[in-house]
Ligand binder design. Sequence first.
Ligand code: GDP
Ligand code: MG
Length: 163
Amino acid sequence: MKPVIALVGRPNVGKSTLFNRLTRSRDALVADLPGLTRDRHYGEGRVGERPFLVIDTGGFEPVAKDGIMFQMALQTKQAVAEADVVIFLVDGRQGMTPHDKTITDFLRKSGRPVMLVVNKAEGMRYTAVVSDFYELGLGEPYAISSAHGDGVNDLVQEALDMA
Ligand code: GDP
Ligand code: MG
C-alpha cells in the first residue's frame, strides 16, 4: 500500500492548492484504492521515486450537527482515520485562529503523526511567519508556499519518512 497523506485545516488555508500541486500531471482520480473510499478528493503523487496518496478535505469548522460544514467535518475525520500522516495546514498571512486550536485538539486525539505546516509563506521571513503557531504544541512548524511550490518537496519527503 502506498502511504496516505491527509491535508487538513480550516477553509482557505490552501489545502486544495497544495493537493493540485502534489497531484499535478497525475491522474487526479485514483481509480481503484482498496480499503479507501472512492472520492474525487483522493489523488496520487510522487516525489523522486516515492509514490504516495493524498487526500484533500473540504475544511474543518466546528459547527452545528447538520448541514454542509458538519458533513465536511465528518469527511475530514474519515480522512484522518485513513491517513498514515497528517499535514495540518495553517495560514501564515492570517495567523492563528481559534479554529486552528480546535483542529489541533482533534488531531492530537487522533493519534496520527501530524506535521504543522504554515502556508502562504512566500516572501516572508521564517521566524515571522511561524511565530504565532508554536503555542499549538505541535513542534517546529514547516513553512511552505503551495502556490509557488517553495518547500513542498522537502515537506513531502519528511511526511513520507514519518508515514
Ligand atoms: P482550501 O480552502 O484550504 O482548499 O484553500 P484553497 O487551496 O482553495 O486556497 C484558498 C486561497 O488561498 C486561494 O485564493 C489560493 O489562491 C490562496 N493560496 C493558496 N496557497 C497559497 C500560497 O501559498 N500563497 C498565497 N499567497 N496564497 C495561497
Ligand atoms: Mg479546498
